[in-house]
Design a protein around this ligand. Structure first.
Ligand code: KIV
Ligand code: ZN
Length: 514
């Protein structure tokens, strides 16, 4: 079995998905879960792109010990320097530099000749190699590049010190046959590939990302790059859970193995979906809610007689459990701590106490607390920067019915500690609450997107709301959960506003320190 290295770019290419913006604590939570999943290398971000990204990459590099951490850089010295500053504390640091090689990108985007592209790539790979033990060079838009030009430039960047060569299908245009042939051509024609890893990176614009990645592996790629749940630019990147499970289930056909702990897939997928607000479609391969549901009578009958009649992947293999009830009103601190440790979380005493109090509040309203509910509590605890003063919801009251105008009264504590109250109306109850909040929040807020769903099943399931706002022109996301949909909606709104407030306060502190 050939080992296929898994390179995760959820925190970089995935975070480039429209509408996704994760804060540092959320990125760190995802990074820790990627480490548990057994990813070989994670791309934590693009350090030169913003101060926030730099800090998040640094925090991840300084925390993660069992997975190599990398960051993206253009072929410019300042990007490579920023990447080194962010990554030098990592246990196994690597850099990922990229330059476009297709005629269309070189002519129109870079406005450079092929010779200039070669010279710049070579010079910057050499520069990066002075700091990083591992340098990945990517030929952006490789699948639309001239194959002989690729051979020429790859040979030179390897001589300059590149240890991984990545050939992306940047615009998701290649067919599996073409993409596989490109890898074969490179294998057959680049003379100095020994000891160098070939990597594939597929986008899913034509829905061929998994097939293309596997075609690359069949033709010599030993690294697959992708994201959890397939999130990413436009139609997304290849979904790593799909590639890894396909290789496992069809190991009779494919002589390759990844080191992923497949049982961690479900938890990783849930975490990414919840923190990004990008929900997984019900019929999504491997991880969708319906992936293991058998609806037709004939199928159900077959599965009851022998599960293998219609079930090629067991839910257990990817960590999907039936949502067993486990804790309730009478569960003590000990049982609570044991359960969250079983779920893979280690909390400080202070955070444990905070989580326990939230759990107890929930049991006052909900008889049976499920793993999904606990997961919501843990996510809130782990990603909340409670040290900063923010808006707090004190109270809300809404009156609405079929024959009257929905009216909301909301009371808040502002970041300055003042209590303020306002009332407003709307076409619906949520709109009325949002209109009142808009009067109270001292920023210019505009709602762009709103989603609502339930956590697990049952009459008393928690509601989970996601919003996307622009606050003073900057896009921020927020989420909130509660038993009541209006409370969840109000919490999500304030969560988004608070993320903006926290961000601005930390920028202010950073500038004062300077
Ligand atoms: O799709 C792409 O080409 C990329 C590069 C930056 C590697 O994401
Ligand atoms: Zn990409």
């Amino acid at each position: 079995m050939t080992k296929i290295h898994i390179f995760d770019t959820t925190l970089r290419d995935g975070e480039q998905s429209p509408g996704v913006n994760l804060n540092q604590l959320e990125k760190l939570e995802i990074a820790k879960q990627l480490e548990r999943l057994g990813i070989d290398r994670m791309e934590a971000g693009f350090p030169a792109s913003s101060k926030g990204d730099f800090k998040a990459v640094k925090a991840i590099a300084d925390t993660i010990k069992d997975t190599s951490v990398t960051g993206l850089a253009r072929v410019v010295k300042s990007d490579i320097d920023a990447a080194w500053e962010a990554l030098k504390g990592a246990a196994d640091p690597a850099i990922h530099v990229f330059m476009a090689t297709s005629p269309i990108h070189m002519t129109y985007k870079l406005k450079m000749t092929p010779e200039q592209v070669i010279d710049t790539s070579v010079e910057m790979v050499k520069y990066a190699r002075k700091r990083f033990p591992q340098v990945q060079w990517s030929a952006e838009d490789a699948s639309r590049s001239d194959l002989n030009f690729l051979v020429q430039i790859i040979e030179k960047v390897i001589d300059a010190g590149a240890t991984v060569i990545n050939l992306p299908d940047t615009v998701g245009y290649a067919t599996p046959q073409e993409y596989g042939q490109m890898f074969k051509f490179i294998q057959d024609n680049v003379p100095n590939l020994d000891g160098v890893r070939l990597s594939c990176h597929c986008h899913n614009d034509l829905g061929m990302a998994v097939a293309n990645s596997i075609a690359a592996v069949e033709n010599g790629a030993t690294q697959v790059e992708g994201t959890v749940n397939g999130i990413g630019e436009r139609a997304g990147n290849v979904a790593l859970e799909e590639v890894s499970v396909a290789l496992k289930i069809r190991s009779d056909f494919y002589p390759y193995e990844t080191g992923l702990k497949l049982k961690e897939i479900k938890r990783t997928s849930d975490l990414v979906a919840k923190l990004t607000g990008m929900h997984v479609q019900a019929n999504k391969a491997v991880i969708g809610r319906n992936a293991f549901a058998h609806e037709s009578g004939i199928h159900q009958d077959g599965v009851l007689k022998n599960a293998e009649t219609y079930e090629i992947i067991t839910p257990e293999m990817v960590g999907v459990q039936s949502n067993t009830l486990f804790l309730g009103k009478h569960s003590g601190r000990h049982a609570f701590k044991d359960r969250i440790e079983e779920l893979g979380y280690q909390l400080s005493d202070e955070k444990l106490q905070e989580a326990f109090e939230m759990f107890k509040q929930l049991t006052d309203r909900k008889r049976e607390v499920t793993d999904d509910d606990l997961f919501m509590i843990l996510m809130d605890i782990q990603t909340d920067s409670s040290a900063v003063s923010k808006y707090e919801l004190e109270m809300f009251q809404v009156q609405y019915g079929t024959n009257n105008i929905p009216t909301a009264t909301v009371s808040l504590t502002t970041p300055n500690g003042e209590t303020v109250e306002a009332a407003s109306t709307g076409q619906g109850s949520v709109e009325a609450v949002y209109a009142a909040l808009e009067l109270l929040v001292q920023e210019d807020v505009c709602l762009q997107d709103y989603q609502l769903q339930s956590v697990g099943g049952g009459k008393d399931a928690l509601a989970e709301a996601y919003v996307q706002l622009t606050v003073n022109g900057e896009t921020v996301n927020g989420r909130g959960s509660a038993q009541d949909v209006i409370e969840a909606s109000a919490t999500a709104y304030l969560n988004a506003v608070n993320r903006y407030v926290v961000q601005k306060q930390s920028e202010k502190i950073a500038n004062t320190v300077k």
